[in-house]
Structure formats: structure tokens, C-alpha cells
Design a protein around this ligand. Sequence first.
Ligand code: UDX
Length: 444
Amino acid sequence: MKVVMIGAGYVGLVSGACFSEFGVEVACVDKDANRIRDLIEGRIPIYEPGLEDLVRDNSKAGRLSFSTDLNAAMAGAEAVFIAVGTPSRRGDGHADLSYVYQAAREIAATLTGYTVIVTKSTVPVGTGRRVAEIIREVRPDAQFDVVSNPEFLREGSAINDFMRPDRIVIGTETERARDVMRRLYRPLYLIETPIVFTGLETSELIKYAANSFLATKITFINEIADLCEKVGADVHDVARGIGLDGRIGRKFLHPGPGFGGSCFPKDTLALVRTAQEADAPLRIIEQVVASNDARKVSMVSRVTNAVGGNVRGKTIAVLGLTFKPNTDDMRDSPSLVILPRLLEQGAKVRAFDPEGMGEARKQMPDVDYCGSAEDAMSGADCLLLLTEWNEFRALDPRRIKALLGKPVVVDLRNVYNPAEMRAAGLTYTSVGRPAGSSSSSEPA
Ligand code: UDX
């Protein structure tokens, strides 16, 4: 079986590499010739644990190839995936579908026999049907079906999420297309992964509803964390106490500085717009978007308060810049809201992140980037922990105390134990935990 993956970005590359690992022949096509050359030479443009090995092994085995030539790649392909970007459109928050529609037009020109055209990118309800119209306009003779097959990959664990998903969602109208998709995902049938077959619109909405629900869970626990601080309760115990109710579930109840990344901020906003236009407003999600935006800004005052009311002239050591660990992705990261405000208020910011500094440098040139966590902390007036990389979790509180100029720590991911921090002589602020707490974070 052969498929084509259009877009060698995050989703296309992970999906393409994983399908080839299933034994499918995959041709990844991208317009960016530099990116394709890098991939052919074994250089992976993104940081994702396990991806490099998967790409190398499957390329060597001849199952995975990269090119800029869609027409040649399409020869003999039973399915073609559209995995191009759908960024938020400037101004109105709608998803920008120009890359998707462009891909549809290009696919249309290459079609020969029956082909399944799959939207893998996160696309608003109605996009699949529009893709089908575009293809029919260009090629009224073509034999094809359009399928919606959203991805649920988390950065940092994308390979595992692809190989062992909770479910696969496939939206299409015809049995012929379903059969192609079933054969493609055959290895997952063998491990009894539930497959949800739906219509096109339903499948498209499932993706947005899933991400918006998860974003709502995070925002809910963030607001509960704020309340915990006021009333002397412990948010981790609240999360455990409610999460053990199977109807609620324990995951995604970890408080922090607000959700970021390439999906939740963009998808909640796009769903809000879709719902407004459909005259079925999603007021809960509207509030989630507003609450999360405000939260990132409000994190600045935690630092200000911790250093005595004013950051002017103070050196803040920031550990973690990416929106979450195990990725180099800076998109919508809380750091992009918090750090510029600290700088505006006259702080000096020294930062370290294991993977995110290349991109951070471009977006925040006034930050002083350091070679290590220890280097960033040396002599600083405050340590601000923003991303829960394992190497930061492992820091010894006594070592932190010895390195800092002033013993002040603001931990917005609750990775340290408040009692241990206090015992080391540090003034410790975290999220939603009373000072004497010894609770710790649950993995998301
Ligand atoms: C998400 C979805 O999980 C995935 O299914 C979808 O396909 C793409 O979007 P991702 O953006 O990679 O994946 O990261 P995720 O692990 O979901 O975290 C998103 C944001 O929420 C991060 O900023 C993270 O720090 C935050 N988060 C997550 C919390 O603050 N608390 C939690 O309990 C969980």
C-alpha cells in the first residue's frame, strides 16, 4: 500500500514516519526544498523524541521518501493526506485554510485512478466538503472520496500517541474509502484500538470539541488553583479528589501558567468563531479563551510580588521557555507573554531552555540566554520556573539556594516540594498550594 503525505511539518512528518513504520510506503511532499533536502540527508527539522530514528530506519528500508514533486509522488498512491498548516488568521481568529485549499487544487491536477483524499490538518467543520468541491471543479472526471482523519498527537509523545492511540476517528461517507482507511490502520486493529466511523462534519467537529474540552479542564483547574490560594486549600489534592471520579478523570488537571502550544489556543478560538457564525455560541469556550489569555498576563504579578513589589533592576532567572517540555516549540508559550512584560518593567531576564532558545532568541532578543540552568540562576534575584523539563525537576533545592543571589523561587509548574524548598531556606511561591504543602504534581 502506498500513500502520499503533503506537508513535512510536525503532523505530516510524524504521521508519515509512523505509517511507514506500519509497513506502508509513504512519500512525504513539501514545497520547502531546504526542508526536503535536510530530511533526505537525515536532518530532522523539529525536536520530537524518537522521530529521528524512525525517519532514518524507514528511509533506509525504502518505505519513507521525501520530495518536492507531488506529481511524481502520487503515482500508485491509494490515499493522499493533507497535513499542511492551518494557522489562526490575523484579525478574526478563524483558521486560515489557504494552504489546505491550495493542496486540494494541486492534488486534483495529479489524480489518475480512485484516490482517497484525507484531511489530517485540523480543519473547521465544512472544510472536507469544500475540498471535495474544489477537486470536482478542477477535475469533474476524477474518482475520489474525501475523508476527515484528525490527529490527536501531543508534542513530546507524538510517536507513542500515534502508535497507541486512545481511538482513531474517521469521517467519510463511502464504504470504499472506509476500506482504504481500515487497511492503512490495520496494525491498530490488531491492538484493538477503537475506531470511530462518522460523517465528515462530525469527525471535523470531534477534533475541535476534544481540544476545547481539554483546554476547559486546564482552565477549570487553574481557576480552582487561584481559589485554593485564597482559602488555604491544596489544588493537587482537589485535582486528585475530583479526578478519581471516573466521570471526571485525573488527566489534564495540572495547574500552571495557562495553556499554550500550536493547538489549544488556536483551536479554542476557531471553535468560538465557528459557533458564533452558526448562531450557537459556545459561551464556556469563550470564557476559557479569555481566562487563559488573562492568566498568562497575571503570572507577571506573581514574580513582582515575590521580589518585593517591583522588578526594576532585578535579575530574574527563567528556566523553561517552550510551552511544555520535550519540544522546541514556542508557539503561544506563556513565556512570550511573561518575559516581555518583565523586561518592560525594567527587569533583567536571564533564561535557559534545553531546546527552545533558538526560536526564543528570534522573538525575544532582549533576553540574556544562558548555557545552562546553573548559569541562568547564578546571582539572580529570583528563579522563575516556567516549563517542567525533567532536568529542572532534578535540581537540588540547596544548590538552587547556593546559586541564587536572593533565595526567591516562583514555580509556576509546581515541580518542587514546598516543605523541602522552605527547609533549604528558599522563599517559595507555587500555584494553588499552601506553604506547608508536600503535595506534588501529577503528570498531565
Ligand atoms: C494538544 C492535545 O493534547 C493533542 O491531542 C492535540 O492533537 C494537539 O494539542 P500539545 O499542544 O502537544 O497537544 O500539548 P498538551 O500536552 O496537550 O499541552 C497543551 C498545553 O496545556 C501546554 O501548554 C501544557 O503545559 C498545558 N497543560 C496541559 C496544563 O497546563 N495542564 C495540564 O494538566 C495539561
